[in-house]
Design a protein around this ligand. Structure first.
Ligand code: AMP
Length: 123
């Protein structure tokens, strides 16, 4: 989709930028978010680049499933699958997506807050 430029996450997967890798396999790569929003905050990225989760779901549902299975694997490795965790895919600017290589945020390790509106904001 006119996305020839290499994204930050491709450079992390290639080992050109260091990351705290939690898990990797043939199709997915998981590493800690540099600016964690919970005690556990891991990003799960498919090695192959799609801009967002909708494009991934349309083009390669098996790979989307791989991403979600890796999210579950990360939760198990981090010891948070029992108490629960949240999986988030930001899509586009209102959601705050900043890296246009689809990624799941895996959040947990503590009771998570509500989400959906700007901090402290009401409509
Ligand atoms: P999003 O805003 O959904 O596109 O998520 C991008 C995420 O990447 C943010 O939560 C950032 O904190 C995270 N991030 C940015 N640079 C790095 C990096 N070098 N290593 C790990 N996570 C990063």
């Amino acid at each position: 989709m006119g996305d020839a430029a290499e994204t930050l996450f491709e450079r992390i997967i290639a080992g050109e930028i260091p990351a705290d890798v939690v898990y990797q396999d043939e199709t997915t790569f998981a590493f800690r978010d540099i600016n964690p929003q919970a005690r556990v905050h891991v990003l799960v990225v498919p090695r192959k680049k799609y801009r967002n989760v909708g494009e991934l779901a349309e083009a390669d549902p098996q790979l989307l499933s791989d991403v979600l299975l890796t999210a579950r694997k990360v939760a198990e490795l981090e010891g948070i699958s029992g108490n629960g965790y949240r999986v988030v895919f930001n899509t586009g600017s209102d959601a705050g997506q900043t890296v246009f290589h689809v990624h799941a945020h895996v959040l947990g390790g503590e009771q998570l807050g509500m989400f959906g509106r700007p901090q402290g904001g009401v409509h």
